[in-house]
Write a protein that binds this ligand. Structure first.
Ligand code: HSE
Length: 313
């Protein structure tokens, strides 16, 4: 096999917000806030340089999640892993429900796709499968890979996703607190089973939410109601829960972003976003960062740079 040494993959992956209220473990939205990564195949060893979010905090050895994701893809195709030099520029906040772990995993799988170009073809289905194997559920990795709004589901043959383009009036604002939340803790608060009526409630709202996001943003408030996860998790993030009630009382479609503790507001037109940001600032004694983010329509990208002629042996 041709040597990969010297080959570089440049990757860009968006933040994501999962669940969107009723679509637990199913719906996700890609947001225009990005982690960027450059990975070069080297002779041996692992070097990880991080700028921005996570610098000085996340591991910089083989246990780094991006490195593990690259290794996972190489192992899947039976290709020996070269040495790796990673340069990451991260903007997606960690532990806030904005898909930072999905972004790290998708960055790694996309980097592997770039490094292995011409050796193996990692297509869209394989990207989703490999990323979901590491993340555990597909609702963040699907929008991170494909962009837009995604419906993700699992089959005996693996995860699947359908990408949809949202109505241009839909205007997200993400309110990010200083506190973090562990997804594992949030998931541990979920009951094993739920009342049938609650399941029916969420089926109706999830179906309505697709219509609201694609055609009828005026239905977003009703369409983002949920009985499957947010109430069960409220005790772990009381301030998030209280602020969501305030925002909803003012007619804004506010939900927990992913496993929290950030809040996603799906405003039905851009002017509503400032109202949401002001309400959060007024109602809370703690500082929240309001991010007025566009929907990302492209998803993850990778560009492969070949070894320069002068650098070849
Ligand atoms: N659907 C997931 C959850 C998203 O809410 O637990 C966070 O990974």
């Amino acid at each position: 096999m041709t040597t990969l040494v010297g080959r570089t993959a440049s990757v860009k992956v968006p933040a994501t917000s999962a669940n969107l209220g009723p679509g637990f473990d199913t719906l996700g939205l890609s947001l225009a806030l990005y982690d960027e990564l450059e990975v070069t195949a080297t002779e041996a060893g692992v070097r990880v340089d991080i700028e921005g979010v996570g610098a000085g905090e996340v591991p910089t050895d083989e246990s780094n999640l991006v490195v593990r994701s690259i290794a996972h893809a190489f192992a899947h195709y039976g290709v020996p892993l070269p040495g790796l030099h990673l340069k990451a520029k991260n903007s997606i906040p960690h532990g806030r429900g904005l898909g930072s772990s999905a972004a790290a995993i998708v960055s790694g799988i996309m980097a592997a796709k770039g490094l292995l170009e011409g050796v193996v073809d990692i297509d869209s289905d394989a990207l989703l499968t490999l990323a979901t194997e590491l993340e555990g559920h597909p609702d963040n990795v699907a929008p991170a890979i494909f962009g837009g709004l995604t419906i993700a589901w699992t089959t005996p043959d693996g995860p699947r996703a359908k990408k949809l383009i949202v109505h241009r009036g839909v205007s997200p604002v993400v309110c990010v607190p200083a506190a973090t939340m562990s997804t594992a803790l949030a998931r541990s608060l979920q009951p094993e089973s739920v009342p049938h009526a609650d399941a029916v409630f969420n089926v109706s709202r999830s179906a309505l939410l697709i219509a609201a996001l694609l055609q009828s943003p005026e239905l977003l408030l009703e369409a983002t109601e949920d009985k499957l996860h947010q109430d069960y998790r409220a005790s772990a993030m009381p301030e998030t829960y209280e602020l969501i009630q305030v925002l909803r009382r003012h007619g804004l479609a506010a939900v927990v972003s992913g496993a929290g503790p950030s809040i996603l507001v799906l405003a039905s037109d851009p002017s509503q976003r400032l109202v949401a940001a002001e309400l959060v600032a007024e109602a809370s004694s703690n500082p929240w960062e309001a991010l007025l983010l566009a929907v990302d329509f492209k998803g993850a990208t990778v560009i492969t740079h070949e070894v320069e002629a002068a650098a070849q042996p």
